[in-house]
Design a protein around this ligand. Structure first.
Ligand code: FAD
Ligand code: GLY
Length: 372
């Protein structure tokens, strides 16, 4: 049984690595260079409790279980790559600055407390004790101690090494032009005009997942690119923020490599990846309102990535009515956080044929059932 994964982002690489560990004959085909797309631009926040909206409870539980899997994931990755990628339990603070913020935060807090999350309500001065660089205008905050973050760039480096060391084959600059299906079975793919046979094909092509030819209409994953811009500032003595701050419309993430990420825009601009003055200005202004001392920090770079957003913003993971055809896409704003659960569950599913209970409800069939 041989398997091909289309896309060398964090999702394709991590499933590939887990399959290779199980002895599966697996290749990853990447149209550009692996690990340079959304997965690299991401901030690396692992904050299911801070990010959750009121409607996302199923997604929240999936995210939460993925966060719990991170220590196992990074330990295995260290054994297979020699690269230690630390899970950083930085904690996350959600500050408010006026009455509207306070009301919004109170509702978020009540909801979290009701479902048993470990959250704390802080006054402005308590919040500044935890993060002294917060604006003195902060009137109250939610504190979530066990949300975390990770260096996603290092994670990608480690995954590439681990995948190859475990026996996987990575082909960069190989764009998959078509998926070949005959009857109710997948037969393989077309690359550089040549048909190649595979028993299993995994679509992990992020924002481009819908662009690959050969899929019938009812199996086209409804995924679109959602542009995100971030600014990388360089921390220095004038601003030594140490907690993740999620203020209204902006987040600030101090990274262990000395960057302070200020992000992120959420834009419907198709496949455009150009940074724009308006969004950068808005992010910096919002960031400065929350943490005024960012004002003097040097700007290191700007990153732009395309989040693969599905129609309902939930991931599309699992098999399909075509034998041997799998999807692992649509991870939208949580692809780094959802990496361990996606990799462990999908690798088990593909290698044994046993469906995953954990991923139940997140398959592509939820979209095409709607239209029958
Ligand atoms: P990608 O990383 O985009 O990889 C897909 C790959 O497929 C690409 O390399 C592409 O070249 C390749 N490909 C496409 N078509 C083909 C083809 N036909 N043939 C071969 N290869 C192909 N998530 C979090 O959990 N926490 C965060 O803090 C966070 N912050 C973010 C901040 C920003 C600004 C952005 C943009 C995203 C953020 N995300 C975050 C979301 C996360 O980055 C994505 O959900 C995740 O990276 C998706 O991974 P992927 O592998 O599916 O996609
Ligand atoms: N999860 C952070 C982002 O998508 O910007």
């Amino acid at each position: 049984m041989n398997t091909v994964i289309i896309g060398g982002g964090i999702i394709g690489l991590s499933i590939g690595w887990q399959l290779a560990k199980k002895g599966v004959n697996v290749e990853i085909l990447e149209k550009d260079k692996a690990g340079l797309s959304a997965s690299r631009a991401a901030a690396g926040m692992l904050a299911p409790q801070a990010e959750m909206g009121f409607e996302d409870i199923e997604l929240f539980y999936l995210c939460r279980s993925s966060l719990d899997l991170f220590p196992r994931f990074t330990e295995e990755l260290y054994n297979d790559s020699g690269i230690k990628v630390e899970l950083e339990r930085t904690g996350c603070i959600l500050p408010g600055f006026d009455r509207d913020d306070a009301e919004r935060l109170r509702r978020l807090y009540d909801f979290r407390e009701k479902i048993g999350m470990p959250v704390l309500w802080l006054t402005g001065s308590e919040a500044r004790e935890i993060e002294p660089f917060l604006s003195p205008r902060c009137t109250g905050a939610i504190w979530i101690e066990d949300d975390a973050q990770i260096n996603n760039r290092l994670l990608l480096d480690a995954l590439k090494i681990a995948f190859v060391k475990c026996g996987g084959r990575l082909y960069e600059d190989h764009e998959v032009e078509e998926i070949i299906i005959e009857g109710d079975k997948v037969k393989g793919i077309k690359v550089h005009g040549t048909n190649l046979n595979f028993n299993n094909v995994v679509v992990a092509a992020g924002s481009w997942s819908k662009q690959i030819k050969g899929l019938p209409d009812n199996l086209l994953p409804p995924v679109r690119p959602v542009k995100g811009q971030i600014i990388n500032l360089r921390l220095n003595d004038s601003c030594k923020i140490s907690k993740v701050v999620r203020a209204p419309d902006v987040y600030l993430l101090p990274k262990s490599d000395g960057r302070l990420i200020v992000g992120a825009s959420v834009e419907e601009q198709g496949f455009d990846v150009n940074p724009t003055a308006g969004e950068i200005f808005r992010l910096l202004e919002r960031g400065w309102e929350a943490v005024p001392s960012i004002y003097d920090l040097p700007i290191e770079s700007i990153d732009v990535g395309l989040r693969p957003g599905s129609r309902d913003h939930m991931p599309i993971v699992g098999d399909s009515e075509v034998e041997g055809l799998y999807f692992a896409t649509g991870h939208y704003r949580n692809g780094i956080l959802l990496t361990p659960v996606t990799a462990f569950e999908m690798a088990e599913w593909i290698s044994t044929g046993n469906k995953s209970d954990v991923l139940k409800g997140f398959g592509i069939e939820r979209f095409y059932k709607e239209t029958v």
